[in-house]
Write a protein that binds this ligand. Sequence first.
Ligand code: FUB
Length: 443
Amino acid sequence: MKKCLLLLLLILGLQATKAQNPLITHMYTADPTARCFDGKLYVYPSSDIVPPKGRDFSGFCMPGYHVFSLENGATWRDHGWLLEENDVPWSEKDMYAMWAPDCVRKDGKYYFFFPAKAENDKAFRRIGVGVSDSPTGPFKWEKSFIEGVAGIDPGVLVDDDKTYLYYGGGHDLFVAPLANDMKSITKEPIKIVGLPAGYKEAAFPLKRGDVYYLTFAHVFPEEGYTIGYATSDNPLGPYTYRGKIMDNIENGTNHHSIVNFNGQWILFYHFWHISGFNKLRSMCADYLYFKDDGTIKKVNPTLRGIGMPTIGDTIQVDRYNEIGKAQTAFVNGNEPKGWMVTEAHTNSYVRFNKVDFGSGNANKMQARMASGQRVGCVEIRLDKLNGPVIAEFPIEFTGGWSEWKTYVVNLKRKTSGIHDLFVSFKAEPGNTKTVNLNWLLLE
Ligand code: FUB
């Protein structure tokens, strides 16, 4: 099963910068910490790069951080470099050691926490902090690292007027209360008790109701990296281990965060779809659900990811939620790199969840198609395989299976709100293939 998933993920590689997985394709992004500020979703990942010539890295090569925001529910905006290693006042230069960060808001200010290798210091990593008036910076960086803390993967919990810094490195996770100015700790860090044995890192704390959740990357000797969680009634613990949020996805490492966006919980994590190499990772996101008893349903990684394409966005149907009797493959011919739905026969279908029709202003739909035959149509149905047809594209000979044309049809009914789309392929029985479909677009 895991092998199939891996194969599927690798087959479905490159894609545009949409809120489908992987989320970002113009650079490598790992260790994503997602935060929602004033109703807007931001992600603070680390970045993996191919080591510069002449530098020999067997591990990660990580020069700093970009920040991304989700625009229109579907497109990630890259705000560029938030911090580069050589701009850290206290770091050893050119170490490419900028591992997983976090960003939180307290009293209207934004605090960005990050690990780096300190100059003339024996510790593997120290943790630094900067402050800004905006979630995208610029940040003012503290002159030195946080005294008394040596480790990686800072995760910060703002709990009313108290704030806690969690971090890891080695087998254990630690926590210490932060001072009001967020720049120092007020007590010695303590080792968090109650967590299962095995290597742990990527501490990500959150509070839901009165319950403190400590989520973390956890390595099982047989299985490798998983994402697990524990709960407590006290941010400092002791915690009780509750199980896994995500199984191992044959990933090298995994590293996650959990955010509530528009009332919906989302798990961010990373994988290595694009590179095929676990030191060049790409961040992903999928919906996460709490059960009534407060436990977390395990998340299965998908390609559909999150995000709601709306009018004007391309709907990449190859990032389907469900596919019936069709496949996906590399696009070829007169088309930019990407993926398509192919090998679609009569009654093949693709389900693509959650498209936002807004207040009903769309009146046309586009489809990018290529066909080597001239019989049939592609029906776009709402919500069910036999739901109402809102658009119908004729299948024509476009010049061949790799000759792409954009078709535009009128929508058959005024539609508003959020709907699942079923793309249903029709041709004469016996036809081997109907059409190749690259994307749809509402206009
Ligand atoms: O990205 C570098 C390190 O790998 C992170 O700090 C860990 O959590 C793991 O993802």
